[in-house]
Design a protein around this ligand. Structure first.
Ligand SMILES: C[S@@+](CC[C@H](N)C(=O)[O-])C[C@H]1O[C@@H](n2cnc3c(N)ncnc32)[C@H](O)[C@@H]1O
Length: 203
């Protein structure tokens, strides 16, 4: 089964796991505390999944777009957004996740998706190209872990990241005002997995 098929299958029950909902909530709160959000900010959630972060941020930002490679995830997000009466633009991506992200945006967020991306430095350059000058980025993912976080390693390209590495890749992509903090410590199978939030601005 491909990574996309796995996420398609998981989509209808993705939100049933309390740990995921709590993590997304914590990430959305950390973003709200660190980035000056306003109703005018055009926003992209890259790897939005079922929209746990997208829908939490939607009332605090302007037009919000959810981009994802999984049609199943986007379908679940569309159903949730419609039920809640929250407008969300959907951007289906090809299986490689390449293609136009629909920018420029003033804010790009992403939660728990970077570890599924083979070439993260290239993605950071792509994000920079999709942001307006002065635009914000807010990216959450696992700190470096021992490979035990995922039971199925299909499509997992990184066992988390060192914060120094994330900082260096953001600098190389031209981002300024880089800040890394702990958004939450996610507990899974009796083990703690810290999740960082990296924020920065485009020059
Ligand atoms: C672990 S889930 C996180 C979903 C959501 N952000 C959340 O916090 O619940 C990772 C998401 O990234 C998507 N994804 C995987 N590879 C991708 C790629 N190359 N480009 C964009 N999205 C991708 C998956 O379909 C999935 O929805």
């Amino acid at each position: 089964m491909t990574d996309t098929e796995r996420f398609d299958r998981a989509a209808p029950t993705w939100d049933h796991e309390d740990r995921r909902v709590a993590l997304a909530q914590a990430v959305a709160e950390a973003i709200s505390a660190r980035v000056p959000l306003s109703r005018g900010l055009s926003t992209l959630d890259f790897g939005c999944g079922t929209g746990l972060v997208t829908l939490a941020l939607a009332p605090k930002v302007g037009a919000i777009t959810g981009a994802d490679t999984s049609p199943g995830m986007l379908k679940t997000l569309a159903e949730k957004a419609q039920a809640l009466g929250i407008p969300v633009r959907l951007r289906p991506l090809d299986p490689a996740g390449t293609g136009d992200l629909g920018g420029p945006y003033q804010l790009i967020v992403s939660s728990m998706t970077l570890h599924h991306i083979p070439d993260v430095p290239a993605l950071f350059h792509r994000f920079a190209g999709q942001l307006q000058p002065g635009g914000h980025i807010a990216l959450a993912d696992l700190d470096q872990e021992d490979g035990s976080f995922h039971e199925d390693l299909t499509g997992v390209h990184h066992h988390g990241f060192s914060r120094d590495q994330i900082q260096a890749w953001l600098e190389a992509a031209g981002f300024l005002q880089i800040h890394l903090e702990t958004a939450q410590v996610s507990r899974k199978n009796g083990k703690d997995y810290p999740v960082f939030l990296a924020t920065a601005r485009k020059a």
